[in-house]
Design a protein around this ligand. Sequence first.
Ligand code: PLP
Length: 430
Amino acid sequence: MHYYSLNRQSEPVDFRTAAVAGQAPDGGLYFPETIPRFPAEFLTRLPHLTPAELALTVLRPYVGSAIAEPELARICAETVDFPLPVVPVTDRISALELFHGPTLAFKDVGARFMSRCLGYFSRHETRPVTVLVATSGDTGGAVASGFLGVPGVEVVILYPQGRVSPVQEQQLTALGQNIRALEVRGNFDDCQRLVKQAFRDDALRQRRQLTSANSINVARWLPQQVYYVAALAQWPHAQPPVVAVPSGNFGNLCAGLLAYASGLPVTHFVAACNQNNTVPRYLQSGHYAAQPAVATLSNAMDVGDPSNFGRMLELFGHQYPVLRKLLSGYTVSDADTTATIARVSQETGYVLDPHGAVAYFALEDYLRHHPAQRGLFLETAHPVKFPEAVEAATGQPVPLPAELVDLMSRPKQSTLLEPEYEALRAYLWE
Ligand SMILES: *Cc1c(COP(=O)(O)O)cnc(C)c1O
């Protein structure tokens, strides 16, 4: 498989080059040259396959000959060694729980797959690799956990000061070893802009081998298809589900759309956003207008100019009517998010996190207008990652899972950074 740049000013490359570079030299996102079809017998056998087997079948055509099959099978098995259960919440709505990995959020699958691929590709490398990543909350922790202790790899994480939860901040700042955290005096878009600028800085790249860990990296983006395939493997109804995805940078939803384009049966997609609703506004108007990110309760989705939007357009040949028919956009306020957490907890006993609540609210509304359908929403984080919002809504404390007790007691180590490129450059130059 080859990947071309969406800016079309760089040469197509194989999976290895795309994963190591993160972004094309012309600044574009890499996109696969062909969209493979899932074999028909794969789709009929779904319920009998393990998550690792699903991952191998989904990812093999994308990796091609860049990683030998036994090695890729091992990487897939390590990537999804935890369950991805579909849990019924009401008679028409189920949760696809994606928070059973080591950092309790869905980004573990993409981050683990990518870290293992990069570890494999750099095994003969003499220059150290620096993984540079901007996070709105959960990416950083997943990437840090994926790379912790990997020899020859240093991880530098930029996160917006005061905009991540205490558990998230500990997962970024308290691991030590080869993980460094930069606390940026700005918002997520500032962090993302600084990272993008570093990737365009040729002199810096001469000095350090930079690689990206954001959802723009194909090795992080593509494995997210496994969620949707795993959901279908557990789906008990004849009619395929409506799938609601809480979205920020749109990597996750775009992976779902990719699986759909490969033949996975899905009735409809719902793009659920908080007040940062650039894509829902696009779906309504056909015009894309980025806006500055605003802070909300579902902070991992506080993105005003989502990176993966270009991939969504590319996937559907820039046909707005096609995309619009398959995908509905919703904007969910913080007030509705809180009310949804409270109501669902009272009525069903299921405790949503704010991101899952945004998707739940949107899905419920969609199903109200489509009474013959059923749906699932992606529950992308454990509620304990956002205890303030959840406790304020339910009036109940969220107990700390045992595996977090030790992490929460470790000292925070971070470096303050002004949201200016010179500051980041000086830090990386050393
Ligand atoms: C990152 C994240 C999202 C948004 O995912 P994208 O792929 O950026 O759209 C949603 N929920 C949680 C909990 C996240 O960490």
